[in-house]
Design a protein around this ligand. Structure first.
Ligand SMILES: NC(=O)c1ccc[n+]([C@@H]2O[C@H](COP(=O)([O-])OP(=O)(O)OC[C@H]3O[C@@H](n4cnc5c(N)ncnc54)[C@H](OP(=O)(O)O)[C@@H]3O)[C@@H](O)[C@H]2O)c1
Length: 340
């Protein structure tokens, strides 16, 4: 048919190749979109019995508030005893009490400041958990910038705290907990699996100006978690990075939930219901964007402008500049009110 349009064989084969590439791209896109819909809306919730269920333990970091507290509550509801790790002992004890009053599981509390990166703290954790049959680790602890800030104006303390809490502490805690998970799997003759979930962020999915250090720290977790997924898979441990856009919490400073901003309960429910699936992160190994509107946003951006595009970067810059302007105005207003 094409001979009628061109007698030049180079043009002829170029058109054939273009058509084949087009068909390939449309097929990949369609299959990926179908997989997204199956993951989000059709497939049944993950069966947590495969991680051992009743009698087994989960370690949750950043468990005294927000998303981490919700992970602890929902895993306890599934029958897991919980090691609650966080900074503030009194807040952890309240969560432990809430869990014990609602569910027939045990709790342990380990309080330390993860920004200190002290051997003492890691030893404290190790001593508290070494003999527990742990099968799940939720690496949830994290810190962002107090308000969006240009990288060159970021204070050394904030910069160090973000990297220490989000990266160093997460890696050190995983080095303590993962061997215990592997040993629990071995003691159960490999009849059960282990699970390590780590909280990523849209701030890393899209490089985010004015949150550069936080953005970089979460990007680090994407690569680290994916690499670990490959390493631990033969030992029966599933490792997954969880990507989230905004969720109502102390960190996001957003109180009211909306279509694109779930509360921690909704967010964690969608995460635990779909462990092992990619949802919005169809292009990424061992990664999930579980909340349905976040998943559609991830899929949409990835298949249009692209997460690393100049346009995405520019829009993100403008958005965070404007958040900074509002945050500075609020700070000035509060300071003035304090003076009066
Ligand atoms: N909320 C969002 O919009 C959002 C979006 C994407 C990703 N994420 C990620 O989700 C995770 C949880 O965020 P969240 O919004 O639930 O945060 P959050 O409500 O502020 O809770 C943070 C938790 O981490 C603990 N923590 C903070 N600094 C600590 C430190 N230095 N040492 C030990 N524990 C410390 C806090 O303990 P205490 O307060 O008791 O001291 C608290 O339990 C983070 O990794 C975050 O990056 C959140």
């Amino acid at each position: 048919m094409l001979e009628g349009y061109t007698s030049n064989p180079i043009v002829y084969y170029a058109i054939i190749v273009a058509i084949l590439v087009g068909v390939f791209k449309i097929t990949v896109f369609s299959l990926s979109f179908i997989s997204l819909l199956l993951d989000l809306f059709i497939l049944p919730p993950t069966d947590f019995a495969k991680y051992g269920g009743n009698g087994k333990w989960a370690v949750v970091t950043g468990a005294s508030d927000g998303i981490g507290k919700e992970y602890a509550l929902q895993l306890a509801k599934k029958g897991y005893s919980i090691v609650l790790v966080s900074r503030t002992q009194s807040k952890l004890e309240i969560v432990a009490q809430e869990i014990s009053s609602q569910f027939k599981v045990n709790t342990k509390v380990v309080a330390f400041d993860a920004s200190l990166d002290s051997e003492e703290n890691y030893l404290l954790l190790e001593k508290a958990i070494f003999d527990l049959p742990i099968t799940i680790l939720i690496n949830n602890v994290g810190q962002s910038h107090s308000i969006p800030v240009p990288f060159l104006e970021t204070s050394t303390k904030e910069l160090k705290d973000i990297i220490t809490i989000n990266n160093i502490a997460t890696l050190r805690i995983t080095q303590i907990v993962a061997p215990i998970i592997i040993s629990t799997i071995e003691k159960n003759q490999h009849k059960i699996k282990g699970l390590i979930l780590t909280m990523g962020s849209f701030a890393a999915l899209l490089p985010t100006p004015y949150l550069a250090t936080y953005s970089g720290s979460k990007s680090f977790l994407q690569s680290w978690s994916n690499a670990l997924a490959g390493e631990l898979q033969p030992q029966g441990v599933e490792v997954e990075l969880i990507i989230s856009y905004l969720v109502t919490s102390a960190m996001s400073k957003i109180r009211r939930s909306s279509l694109t901003i779930p509360n921690p309960k909704q967010f964690v429910q969608s995460t635990l219901n779909s462990v092992g699936r990619r949802n919005g992160a169809q292009e990424r190994f061992a990664t999930s964007t579980p909340y349905w509107t976040h998943a559609l946003m991830h899929f949409g951006i990835n298949n249009t402008v692209g997460v690393y595009s100049k346009l995405a970067n520019k829009l993100n810059l403008n958005m965070h500049k404007s958040i900074r302007t509002r945050a500075l105005k609020k700070q000035a207003r509060l300071a003035a009110e304090k003076k009066d």
